[in-house]
Design a protein around this ligand. Structure first.
Ligand SMILES: [Zn+2]
Length: 451
């Protein structure tokens, strides 16, 4: 006799996947040998556990072999910048921005952004990223491209003074536009949710950030902002406000009162970290971008110790330059350890959590864990590989994932139960067309900008 709950989940099951190993990334970080994952018709997980204990079902059963785990969550990116990837490499930061990046980006049209997003999304999906949080303009093109490719998207249309302020310095018109995008497009039951993204306090000033935060709070929307990325970016603001730190100024202005995800947080001091912890501000850690741009070392272990939710992110493809979160998994641990001369910091389980469940937590999404009720955003890794031998205990498998696993092992990807990558091929996008379009458009940007 099956009980009611079992019958309900069996009835809802659309397909059952079996795998050699299922890594759930749940509270216990369960490693299930010979596991089963049932996916419902609504694209959510109906049941997870050992195959031997699975409820009986009439649904098709597909034996995938390999390892199934939650898809990775990229919590800070500007993916259409694939169009300017590699340009001006090696220039100092301000020269790189003013002499190469901005002249080229200034010529972007929305169809360019569509193709830039499409190409980057193929790269993300193929490396096992199933959700991306995007801070960028051209939000309609970005949302459209993401939907077509089948990736989960948190679209945070950017607000930046240099582009969006009117003659009086107000960004209110752009804030109204972003609010309209939220009202029309925010869809937690689908693939796209919408947040608000003031670029930074140093660009916009405190008052504009507070105005945008109020609009986000009114809707319980995510506020996504660059914070304390470089050492001196906040100096002028602090000097104008009796030396108070930028996080303190933002907190005092009410910016941290809603749901906030700060990108970088490299130069948060002890007081700033206490303040973020108390306000529930999450931090998107971008170790490779911080290293490539010479920004510094974020104090991640101390943030985690204070209870701050720390997730992982690639940042834009012009400052990484790959859209491969597995690299972040390994580098985040390496950087924390070498900076503190302490090999006990950020263990394998912790960095994999940051790439999965902590990312979902930072974005407020029901993904990042293989558990009933969560979205079936999951990836299969081929562990029949030299990098995964030997395994004498489950912890070693997790260590292999963090230290020698990578995008090259990702063979299949599902978002909301839909398979978008099979056998390392992206099913949802014509990849060769995307490569051709981005190459052609990037050449136009280089030529017309004279850079
Ligand atoms: Zn960024």
């Amino acid at each position: 006799m099956r009980d009611a709950a079992e019958l309900a989940s069996a009835a809802a099951t659309d397909i059952r996947y079996l795998a050699e190993v299922v890594l759930t990334c749940d509270d216990d970080f369960s490693v299930i040998q010979r596991g089963a994952v049932d996916v419902s018709t609504h694209g959510r997980i109906a049941w997870v556990g050992p195959a031997a204990d699975a409820p009986s079902t009439d649904a098709p059963v597909v034996d995938l072999g390999g390892l199934l785990m939650p898809g990775l969550v990229n919590t800070h990116a500007h993916t259409p910048m694939t169009l300017v990837r590699g340009a001006g490499d090696g220039l100092p930061l301000m020269d790189w921005l003013t002499e190469v990046m901005w002249p080229r980006e200034g010529l972007l049209r929305s169809d360019d952004a569509w193709w830039g997003m499409t190409l980057g999304t193929v790269e993300m999906l193929r490396s096992g990223i199933t959700t991306s949080c995007e801070m960028y303009a051209f939000e309609h093109a970005v949302m459209d491209a993401a939907r077509a490719a089948g990736i989960r998207l948190v679209m945070c249309p950017g607000v930046i003074a240099t582009l969006d302020a009117d003659a009086s310095g107000s960004v209110s018109r752009r804030v109204d536009d972003v609010a309209a995008v939220y009202d029309a497009e925010h869809d937690p039951s689908g693939l796209t949710t919408v947040g608000f993204a003031p670029h930074s306090a140093y660009d916009l000033g405190i008052d504009a950030c507070a105005e945008i935060a109020a609009a986000a709070r009114e809707r319980d929307a995510l506020l996504h902002i660059h914070l304390a990325e470089t050492r001196t970016e906040g100096d002028a603001l602090s000097a104008a406000h009796s030396g108070a730190s930028v996080p303190r100024l933002l907190a005092d202005a009410g910016v941290f009162e809603g749901r906030v995800l700060a990108a970088h947080g490299v130069w948060l001091d002890d007081d700033d970290m206490d303040l973020c912890a108390a306000a529930g501000v999450a931090v998107a850690h971008c170790p490779i971008s911080n290293m490539k741009l010479g920004s510094g070392v974020a104090r991640v272990p101390e943030m985690i110790e204070r209870g701050i939710t720390v997730s992982l992110a690639t940042d834009g493809p012009a400052s990484n330059d790959s859209l491969d979160l597995w690299e972040e998994v390994k580098v985040a641990a390496l950087l924390a350890r070498v900076a503190s001369l302490d090999p006990t910091l950020l263990g394998a389980q912790q960095v994999i959590s940051m790439a999965t469940r902590k990312g979902a937590e930072a974005l407020g999404l029901h993904t990042g864990v293989l558990a009933p009720g969560r979205w079936a955003d999951m990836i299969r890794l081929d562990i029949d590989d030299v990098a995964f031998v030997p395994v004498t205990a489950p912890a070693e498998l997790i260590a292999h994932l963090a230290w020698c696993g990578g995008s090259r092992h990702v063979s299949d990807v599902w978002v909301g139960g839909e398979r978008v990558v099979a056998g390392r091929v992206c099913l949802s996008v014509d990849e060769s067309r995307a490569r051709y379009e981005v190459q052609r458009r990037a050449q136009r940007l280089a030529k017309e900008s004279g850079t």
